[in-house]
Design a binder for this molecule. Sequence first.
Ligand code: 5RP
Length: 235
Amino acid sequence: MRAQSFLELMRFVGTTMATDADAKKRRTALAALELARREVTIGVGTGSTVNLFIDALAAQPGSVRRAISSSEATSARLRAAGLEIADLNEQSGIGLYVDGADEATPARQLIKGGGGALTREKILAAAAQRFVCILDDSKMVATLGRFPLPIEVIPMARALVGRELGARGGRPVWRKGFVTDNGNHILDVHDLEITDPVTLERELNQIAGVVAVGLFAVRPADLLLIGTADGVETR
Ligand code: 5RP
């Protein structure tokens, strides 16, 4: 095959793969919109799947009036979509919180934080009566940990937390150049064996300097909307 044709083929395969993944994400985002319509104020997470959910909100003005946002990036998109941003401190709670995930188990335990918004996402999950996670089927796993576990840390404690994680068998990698909306750093922890996510989440939360752990196991999602090639599976 000529080099030119090979490049064209690879470009076509890449586009097709991207389109497939996007189609799955779009399906789950549209399914979440059906649940969100019943709410006046919703919590909204961060990431490319959530962005498609926000696009769906924008395409149907008035379907939801107000949102509590998990990041500055999401707030900007929500405003552009015509939603009002509410302050969590002025609400008694949230009926529905919609967010993506980096990994999920059939028990609805998650790894989140690939986009670095995990702390505010945890706050919204804690405040929500119902946490609906939107994701495509490539993110379903039997055991969490293939995706490196993001941990938000106070900058001065980065090395200290890193050593503690190393002692627990993890391999922390500093997400250099990235500062969270809260002014903190992220360690992405590779090689952790997450056989008991609830216990590990509780233990890692005890390390001085840890702001939030990207394990959502103590408070898992209430519903997974899993985008597949054929439709949306619920769990
Ligand atoms: C951001 C998150 C996201 O939900 C997670 O990274 C998934 O993102 P995407 O929908 O782009 O795959 O936890 O902090």
